[in-house]
Design a protein around this ligand. Structure first.
Ligand code: XLS
Ligand code: MG
Ligand code: MG
Length: 398
């Protein structure tokens, strides 16, 4: 890392609303066909290492820190006490909590299963998650309904399942309204996170757009409390342009939280660190978010590769991901202020000079013909900014 250079100090890193998930640092390398490659690690160590790196915020699933059997009991209070002590001790803040409704065997038929008892349990879990969030000082609750779907067709009735899922979210929002009032805190921002496939074969809310429709379907009692936590790769996985998906969320006023990572189109959820696969697309995503004053968290929801060692997770994975984010964010600022891009964009917006018959299609086309070459010029300029060519970086050719 020293030889690579270009890293930012922890003080600089702390200026950004970047959060490190408990589960990302604790990912041991296991997968369907893969045994773990790293030993387990607890929250105290993760919070300490995040603090050293300069990751100012921490996020967690309920079951990342509290075993399912202990949730809501005396052990929960004891563990949360230790979490708060670690956060205080290392100067890290909890930004987001999320209820795990996909891993445990109880969710075999999902959080909105046919069984009323399982659905009651799901309500307990999301309400308890709200309590954990307030206790830890979080501002966001995330819901990833990855188990809301099926493997085999015909047994699951989609409209019932979606109604039942809405009931759990309604319970969480109503519980939150009471909790917030009681505690004198603002209610949490409740964020839905879509993924098009995995772990179910077919998912009932597979994209951020499907979730926007669900939020305004009339099924939610508090749609104003519910927004999105898009994940960069989850949009790419179904073949979307992540930037366009984010733009639709921005227009709806629902871009609350953002999971950042990278990967490949139409593949499984490889959760690679931000900017290692699609740095140009990432630059463009951040140009959009900066221009629209997005102020929510950037949550490092990636998985340190199985080839990275336990110390490499904190020596390489996290600091390098944070630093690529900061560099791309600052480059996005450069792109927004770039005089060439600005002049080209202004010219495009002014349109070709033409004052003849407004329905003369030939003349209208001709008046914009030269101007539209600027699209490609802008794209070239963005690549120049990404590669440093705009600052005079050149290669001498023998
Ligand atoms: C899984 C999701 C998950 C959520 C939180 O693919 O990204 O990690 O972000 O449950
Ligand atoms: Mg995620
Ligand atoms: Mg993912």
């Amino acid at each position: 890392m020293k030889a690579c250079g270009g890293s930012y100090s922890p003080e600089i890193r702390r200026k950004y609303f970047i959060s490190g998930p408990q589960w990302a640092a604790a990912y041991d390398g296991s997968a369907l066909f893969h045994a773990p490659t790293r030993p387990p690690i607890g929250f105290e160590e993760v919070i300490r290492r995040y603090s050293e790196i300069g990751i100012a915020y921490w996020s967690t699933h309920d079951t990342d820190i509290i075993r399912a059997e202990m949730l809501g009991g005396a052990e929960q209070a004891e563990i949360l006490g230790r979490v708060k002590a670690a956060l205080d001790n290392y100067g890290v803040r909890c930004s987001m909590v999320t209820a795990e409704t996909f891993h445990h065997a109880v969710w075999a038929a999902g959080p909105a299963a046919e069984s009323p008892n399982v659905r009651e349990y799901a309500k307990f879990r999301v309400c308890n998650n709200v309590d954990i969030g307030h206790d830890l000082g979080a501002s966001f609750a995330v819901y990833w309904p990855g188990s809301l779907g099926y493997f085999v067709q015909g047994a699951v009735e989609e409209t019932d399942t979606l109604r039942w899922y809405a009931e759990a979210l309604n319970a969480a929002c109503e519980h939150d309204i009471d909790a917030a009032r009681r505690l004198g805190r603002p209610p949490l921002k409740h964020c839905l996170e879509a993924k098009p496939f995995e772990p179910q074969a077919e998912i009932l809310l597979p994209t951020s757009d499907a979730m926007l429709a669900f939020i305004s379907s009339g099924l939610l009692t508090h749609p104003e409390m519910v927004g999105l936590n898009p994940e960069y790769l989850h949009e790419l996985m179904w073949g979307a342009a992540p930037r366009a998906a984010l733009a639709r969320a921005l227009l709806a006023g629902k871009l609350f939280h953002f999971d950042i990572n990278d990967g490949y189109r139409l593949k499984h959820d490889v959760d690679i660190g931000i900017g290692l696969v699609n740095p140009l697309d990432w630059l463009n995503v951040l140009v959009l978010l900066r221009s629209h004053n997005y102020t929510g968290p950037f949550n490092l929801d990636f998985k340190p590769p199985r080839t990275t060692s336990a110390s490499g997770v904190f020596e390489v994975s996290f600091p390098s991901a944070v630093d690529r984010f900061i560099t791309l964010w600052e480059m996005a600022g450069e792109a927004i202020a770039d005089p060439v891009i600005k002049e080209a964009t202004d010219a495009l917006k002014a349109g070709g000079e033409y004052s003849g018959d407004p329905r003369d299609v030939q003349a209208l086309t001709a008046s914009n013909r030269e101007l539209l070459t600027l699209h490609e010029l802008i794209a070239h300029r963005l690549v120049q900014i990404l590669l440093g060519l705009h600052r005079g970086r050149v290669f001498s050719i023998a």
